[in-house]
Design a protein around this ligand. Sequence first.
Ligand code: GLY
Length: 271
Amino acid sequence: MFVAITRQVSAALAACELTHLERVPIDVDRARAQHRAYEQTLIAAGAMVHQLDADAAMPDGVFVEDTAIVLRELAIVARPGAESRRGETAAVEQALAAFRPITRIEAPGTIDGGDVLVAGRRVFVGLSTRTNDAALAQMRRILAPHGYTVCAAEVGGCLHLKSAVTALDECTLLIDPSLVNPSVFTGFACVEVDPSDASAANALRLPDRVIVAAAFPRTAARIEARGYRVARVEVDELAKAEGAVTCCSLIVDGTGQAREEGPAGRAGEGG
Ligand code: GLY
């Protein structure tokens, strides 16, 4: 059992931040249906989904990953790079406080959780339009006492580091070498996305399976061929808002060690 923090899709989703995509109409009801199916996929994988309420003032609120970085020892509340997103962190911090000691990235640092890739004791921080050197320095200071090594990775051509590379396990990465330089990730085994799948490097690692977007069947087949159990979800409506599968949850494992009474998780519900 693990906890997955999610947030309902805002009625204002169509007013989301966009960096690399053209704005196209978004069907909010369809995005909500896809989000509910995503939560059901988490539940089927053993998650207790803790769903936060939507807020019409937070178009991007569904992309909770960007608001925090959750490690076994602590949670780091982000300071999102887009000013419009800074109000998203309060509710997430409140939920995470039940499970982890909290620390925060402070100004002038800005960081989106989507720019932070954790694999074993190595943490990669993407330097992107959202994440800066000041936040990188704070991440190093916060994580060094816990035995993590923090490395920078330049991000270009996509929104976040985890648009370009995600972890399939502690030693294996799913990577799009057209978006990030693989030489940064020395010592890892790498599964490359199928070249015909644009934006396919974002996969969500869970204890016994990997969630991938159904839009990328060839990359999913490559992951399966390496022995991973794959769960596919339709997220194309959310993708119009520049979101992907990792963005829609914060995974809190080891939740048997809750620090105080945990939040009202909803195992068995879709939210
Ligand atoms: N629309 C997702 C983001 O830009 O943060």
